[in-house]
Design a protein around this ligand. Structure first.
Ligand code: SAM
Length: 155
């Protein structure tokens, strides 16, 4: 099952990038035997100041055809990590690839939000979008660890 993270903005080298790269590598290594991953990060950037609608067009182009679309949104569904792992396993078992969308400073355009099969919230607080990338990649690795039965996730 391929996983894509389509995100607004370019992340330069720094602590967030190091964490994201590390979690993506861990997800790939732990998930491989389980049929989870690999995961790729696709960044889009609208340099013409077109706002959310322009970003939505770029995001829509970046999303591989036929993927389950999952938005990251403060208004979305709050899941436990084991529940998130089970959702991922369900998509894998149905042979579906998944794209997670992370918006920019203004959020995700409603037209794209309306197309999502699922929307996940990391709580009611608004997080910086670069931190949401870190949190999502960590949860992907955690989900793989839960499904693999390794001791990384403790309840
Ligand atoms: C700075 S936030 C934008 C907040 C904007 N006010 C909105 O209405 O979505 C940038 C992106 O980070 C992600 N994000 C921020 N906080 C989040 C949360 N609590 N749960 C899930 N995703 C979040 C979303 O993808 C959001 O589009």
């Amino acid at each position: 099952m391929r996983v894509t993270i389509a995100a607004v903005g370019r992340l330069r080298s720094g602590p967030e990038k190091a964490l994201i790269d590390d979690y993506l590598t861990r997800f790939e290594r732990t998930g491989r035997a389980l049929g989870l991953g690999p995961a790729q990060l696709l960044e889009v950037e609208d340099k013409k100041g077109g706002g959310m609608p322009a970003e939505a067009q770029l995001l829509a182009k970046a999303i591989p055809a036929g993927n389950v679309l999952i938005t990251l949104d403060e208004r979305g569904e709050v899941l436990s990590s084991p529940d998130f792992a089970q959702r991922l396993a369900g998509y894998r078992d149905s042979a579906r690839d998944v794209t997670f969308v992370i918006g920019g400073a203004d959020g995700i355009d409603p037209s794209l939000r309306a197309q999502a099969q699922m929307s996940i919230s990391f709580g009611k607080m608004v997080w910086p979008h670069m931190l949401v990338r870190v949190m999502l990649t960590e949860q992907l690795y955690r989900a793989a660890a839960i499904l693999a039965g390794t001791p990384y996730h403790r309840v």
